[in-house]
Ligand binder design. Structure first.
Ligand code: ZN
Length: 289
């Protein structure tokens, strides 16, 4: 049976895996993200030690990434502030040392593909995956294909209206201040209220404010893409009760204008923590289909 190599490349750790095309993950391994040479070398050694040829490798990586196939630096991490990793080629070392095709996407796009194929988007033609954690990102799948432009989408950086009870905070995005990420990411929440959203007591105004921002962003994305499903992933969205608050606010903000009932459109991830590795599998499969 064909074996696929999976790489979930994160800023603090790389998660590696071997899977079959039917989503059976047969082996996994975690390594710390240190320098590119050391981390990639350790990953290659682990794949070799598994002792079976790989049909393809799929990578879901932190970014930003160059995803334009015609660019000379396709598959490179580009302008990251993470020390050592700017302009790192993530594809060539694996392709050469493991002698198989390598496909790469952002971690958010990879998770979007996996949710569309096997998770909350099964039987849907279009799906928007949003992750709200340390940063905010979004990936959109329509007809099985990811949306790309000059680069991958940067949905976390849409400009936002301000909540009337949240006018003092300048926002935490180093580029834009009070964009969506600057207002609703984990660090923006801690900067305002000193704790994560799930640590705030029930009924704390912070929860209503964050739900309101997420809802404004969602109706913006609905206006542009009208996704059949909008999946809310990431650490912040694990907060108890937040999903219902977001649905209620989105319903109010959309004024009944968009297709689909927010209860059905706005959902939790279907794959949970597996979305990272299965995202890498979806990327690997898309390269061979
Ligand atoms: Zn921003």
């Amino acid at each position: 049976m064909a074996a696929y190599g999976l790489i979930e490349a994160g800023g603090t750790k790389f998660v590696l895996g071997i899977a079959d095309a039917d989503c059976t993950i047969r082996a996994t391994h975690r390594i710390p993200t240190t320098t590119p040479d050391e981390t990639i070398g350790t990953a290659v050694d682990w794949f070799k030690a598994q002792g079976e040829p790989l049909t393809a490798i799929g990578i879901g990586s932190f970014g930003p990434l160059q995803l334009d196939r015609s660019a000379s630096n396709w598959g490179h991490i580009t302008r990251t502030p993470k020390p050592h990793w700017a302009n790192t080629d993530l594809v060539t070392p694996f392709a050469e040392r493991l002698s198989c095709p390598v496909a790469i996407e952002t971690d958010v796009n990879a998770a979007a593909l996996a949710e569309a194929k096997w998770g909350a988007g099964v039987n849907c033609n279009s799906l928007l995956y949003l992750t709200i954690g340390t940063g905010i990102g979004g990936g959109f799948v329509s007809g099985g294909r990811l949306l790309h432009g000059l680069s991958h989408p940067e949905m976390g950086h849409v400009r936002m209206p301000r909540h009337p009870d949240d006018t003092e905070f300048k926002g935490s995005c180093p580029f834009h201040g009070d964009c969506l990420e600057g207002l609703a990411s984990g660090p923006a929440i801690i900067a305002r209220w000193g704790r994560s959203l799930s640590e705030l007591e029930a009924g704390h105004p912070g929860q209503a404010i964050i739900a309101w921002y997420l809802a404004q962003a969602i109706v913006t994305f609905q206006a542009v893409m009208e996704p059949e499903r909008i999946v809310l992933g990431g650490g912040v969205t694990g907060t108890k009760g937040l999903l219902d608050l977001v649905r209620t606010e989105a319903k109010a903000a959309s004024a009944g204008y968009f297709a689909g009932d927010p209860e059905k459109v706005i959902v939790a991830p279907g794959l949970g923590e597996r979305s990272g590795l299965l995202g890498a599998l979806a990327v690997a499969l898309s390269s061979t289909s």
